[in-house]
Design a protein around this ligand. Structure first.
Ligand code: PLP
Length: 370
C-alpha cells in the first residue's frame, strides 16, 4: 500500500509546480549561478515595488494581526464595486487569482464536463480542469498566435461547462477586440460559464481592448478574474478578485473558505486602489521598457508580438533553449515557450530600465555572435 492507493483518481494527471531556474527567487538564482547580479524577467512581476502608501498601510495593519481579517473583505469589495460600477455582491476576493481559478473549478466542474481552453494560454486553466477530473478541450490559435474564437465556438458541445479566456493573453500579450469579444459572448449558449482572466488588463494599451466587466449584462454566467499581483505590485501578498454576474459570485461564495484573504493585504489593497499615481508610474515604466525591447528586436530582425501586457514574446528563430542558456550566462532569466510547442519563442517580462537594458544588450551580443 502506498500513497497512490489513497489519492484521488485524477492524481496521475497532476504535476507539482516545477521550480526550474526561472521560478526561483532572485537571491536563490544568484546563489545557483554564483553571480552577484541577476535580472529575473521570467515571472511578469512589477519591477516598481508597492507604493509607499501601501507599505505604510500594511505596516500599520501588523499591530492587529491577533485578530481575524474581515472574512470576505467587504471594504475592498465595496471599493472595487464603486470603481467598476457594479454592486459589491458582484465582487469576490481570493488568495491570488490562482485561488480564484481553483474556486471556479471546485464550484462548477464535474468529471463529465468539458472545459474549452485556447491552446496558448495560462497553464492554470488546464491544471484546475485536471484537478477536478474534467476534460480539457483545446481550441486552435490563429496564425498570428491570437485566440481563434471561431474555433472555440466550434468546439462547444452539450458537455461544455466552461470556457477560459485570458485577455490580454498570457503568454502572447495579445487581446481580443471589443467587437470580437461581444460577438463571441452573444454566440455562447447561456448555460456555459465564461471566465475572462484579466490579470494584465491595466497594461492594455490598445483602444480595441474592453474589460469583460462591460459585458456582465450580456452573458448569464460570466466572471472576470483580476489580480493585485501585476499592476499593483503585490504578488508576494496574494490578492485576486472576481467580478461577475450575481449568481456566479453567489455560487463561488458557497465554496470560498472564510478568511481566505489576509488582513495585511486587505489593508494594502485599499491603499493601492487609491494610489493611481503610483500605478501610472508603473505603466510609464512598462511602456518605456517595451519600446526598448521592440527597438532591439527590430534592429536584430527578430519577429515579436506587440504586447498589451507587461511582457513581450519574440521569435529567436533558433532553438529557444540555446538563447535561454546564453542569456542565463549573462544573468538574464527569461521563459521559453517550449511547453506550448513554440520551440523558438521566448517570453520576457518588462523590468526596470537597467534590467531591460541588460536583457537587450545581452541579446544583441548573443545574436550577433550566433
Ligand atoms: C493570466 C494570469 N492569471 C492569473 C495569474 C495568477 O495571478 P496571482 O498572482 O494573482 O495568483 C497569473 C500569474 O502570472 C497570470 O499570468
Amino acid at each position: 500500500m502506498n500513497v497512490n492507493n489513497i489519492v484521488r483518481k485524477v492524481y496521475p494527471k497532476l504535476t507539482p509546480y516545477k521550480c526550474g531556474l526561472a521560478d526561483l527567487p532572485v537571491e536563490e538564482i544568484k546563489a545557483v549561478l554564483g553571480k552577484d547580479q541577476v535580472y529575473k524577467l521570467s515571472f511578469n512581476e512589477s519591477p516598481l515595488g508597492p507604493s509607499p502608501k501601501v507599505i505604510q498601510a500594511m505596516t500599520e495593519s501588523l499591530t492587529t494581526l491577533n485578530l481575524y481579517p474581515s472574512s470576505a473583505g467587504e471594504s475592498i469589495m465595496q471599493k472595487i464595486a464603486e470603481i467598476e460600477g457594479v454592486c459589491s455582491e458582484q465582487v469576490i476576493l481570493s488568495n491570488g487569482a490562482d485561488e480564484m481559478i481553483i474556486l471556479i473549478g471546485q464550484t462548477f466542474l464535474e468529471p463529465e464536463d468539458e472545459v474549452i481552453i485556447p491552446k496558448l494560454s495560462f497553464i492554470q486553466y488546464l491544471a484546475v480542469t485536471n484537478l477536478m477530473g474534467a476534460k480539457p478541450v483545446f481550441s486552435e490559435m490563429n496564425d498570428d498566435l491570437s485566440v481563434n474564437l471561431d474555433d472555440l465556438l466550434r468546439k462547444i458541445t452539450s458537455k461544455t461547462k466552461a470556457i477560459f479566456l485570458c485577455n490580454p493573453n498570457n503568454p502572447t500579450g495579445k487581446i481580443l477586440s471589443k467587437t470580437d469579444l461581444q460577438d463571441f459572448l452573444n454566440q455562447v449558449p447561456d448555460r456555459i460559464l465564461v471566465v475572462i482572466d484579466e490579470a494584465y488588463y491595466e497594461y492594455a494599451v490598445s483602444s480595441e481592448f474592453e474589460t469583460g466587466v462591460r459585458y456582465l449584462n450580456e452573458h448569464k454566467f460570466l466572471l472576470v478574474v483580476r489580480t493585485f499581483s501585476k499592476a499593483h505590485s503585490l504578488a508576494g501578498a496574494r490578492l485576486g478578485y472576481g467580478i461577475g454576474t450575481l449568481e456566479v459570485i453567489d455560487a463561488i461564495n458557497h465554496v470560498r473558505p472564510p478568511f481566505n484573504v489576509n488582513a495585511v493585504v486587505q489593508a494594502g489593497a485599499l491603499a493601492s486602489l487609491e494610489d493611481i499615481e503610483h500605478r501610472q508610474k508603473a505603466m510609464a515604466l512598462n511602456h518605456q521598457g517595451k519600446k526598448m525591447m521592440y527597438d532591439a528586436f527590430e534592429s536584430l530582425g527578430l519577429p515579436y508580438l506587440k504586447s498589451n501586457a507587461n511582457f513581450v514574446c519574440f521569435d529567436t528563430k533558433v532553438d529557444s533553449n540555446v538563447i535561454f542558456e546564453k542569456l542565463v550566462e549573462h544573468g538574464v532569466i527569461v521563459r521559453t515557450l517550449k511547453g506550448y510547442g513554440l520551440d523558438t519563442y521566448i517570453r520576457v517580462s518588462v523590468g526596470k530600465y537597467e534590467e531591460v537594458l541588460a536583457f537587450v544588450n545581452s541579446l544583441k551580443e548573443i545574436v550577433t555572435q550566433e
